[in-house]
Write a protein that binds this ligand. Sequence first.
Ligand code: NAD
Length: 492
Amino acid sequence: MDSFDPAKIVVRGGHFIGGEYVDEGAVRIDVARPSDGVVYASVPVADAAMIDRAVENAWTAFRTSGWARMAPRERARILRRFADLVAADVETLAPLEAIGSTRPVRDAAAWDVPYTAEGIRFYAEFADKLGGEVMSTDHDHLGLTIAEPYGVIGAIAPWNFPLVMASWKIAPALAAGNAVVLKPSEMTPFSVLRLAELAIEAGVPRGIFNVVQGDGRTTGDALVRHPRIGKVTFTGSTRTGAAIMAACAETGTKPVTLELGGKSPQLVFADAPRLDDVARRIAGAIAGNAGQVCNAGSRLLVERSIADDLALRIQRVFAELKPGATWASGTTLPPIISEPQAARIEAIVGRTVASGAQLRFGGERADGGTPGAFYTPTILSNVTQHSEAVREEVFGPVLTLQTFDTEEEALELAQHPEYGLAAGVHTADLGRALRLVRGIEAGNVWVNRYGRTSDFMIPTGGYKRSGIGKDLGRQAYEANLRFKSVLIDLRP
Ligand code: NAD
């Protein structure tokens, strides 16, 4: 699927509670299409009373529907069917994802939807793989742990990959036997509603997967503070993550998984094989989704002798990108999510240039053929560790370029004072690659590649202020379980 007519897309709005749409709420938020700024629908804002209704509903479903108590293979079977339905629904889900987000429909159809389905399938397979352990004790005792779901998981998702980010939260939570109340971003509220519908169709009991709509301050805050929420899992900015952690501490020391912001370096050494491939990788890692990616490789650190050559090759890739609406055929540079976000990117680039940076490429709005906010991929050099564009998460297609002469210098530049989400190392020297893998403070390090594969077993998460805990992998499944320790005296 390469294009579609946005006028033909009909969205269904509201909250999704107990398997029903609930379109109630005195306050509503208009939802605009990022590609052209047209308001195409609105959603109600769930207040504390609506959150209470959703969470109590989920709690009742958790206790009475049999979801947590059924044979785990039966839960797995239902989730596999859920995954199949998601994959088969690509003709509906991909345009729904594309119209409201920055995901070009071709990418949504080829990657976001099938990847979401495969993630659900991956966690379905976990449902009967982890029940607890028997511990070594003296002969008169039996010690064991039992893995149990928390009850109701509160999940909060960002706008940059609405389906995929939500699936990383809901799939392990459901597989572990929990009920979920999910709050999508108020900018991208619709595609996850379709997921919730499909879950019911697959046989997930009503009330086990709920969606609430609204902003962060009212809806998100009320959700994480609700006393029946057993655990909170969040993806979004570092600032919001800190506020959520504080709210969870104040209202029941609830455990949190936080996937937060980043400012990830890409280290390129002069011996890196196939410089054209490296240039494509670097360009893709900062221009993909117009840089609106948590682990965007936004800081290029390159050995001085190849810096100009590599920059030119990256520029050539940038120049090939085609800005356009998410529904237009051939779009490879999607819009920025909103005008305020585009203005923020512009301001950071402007201030960084004013402080002495050299603008090597881009640095201006692009014409996407619609009134949306498009921004050209940008390269800034002559920057320092203190430059705003090097320090701050821009969340746009802005690449800073710094040079180094030695491995030690490269490592020093790679460390960010706050973030530690991801890093890329490009070199032919295996020893050097492994020294840097050890040395770089980041939760994900990729060598001679950048970004994930479909190996869902590899967990992802940040160090330092980039987060706590992991999405994906066994770790995310375990994080949706709590472990009860049991000790039995066997003496007659
Ligand atoms: P955001 O923090 O503004 O919002 C994320 C979600 O939190 C939204 O649903 C929002 O409504 C909600 N929210 C806001 N304030 C809240 C509060 N006080 N209490 C509860 N909920 C609240 O982030 P965003 O702009 O939607 O997403 C971009 C950010 O997400 C970037 O910083 C990016 O790096 C990060 N991100 C991280 C990962 C990762 O895996 N580490 C993945 C994607 C995005």
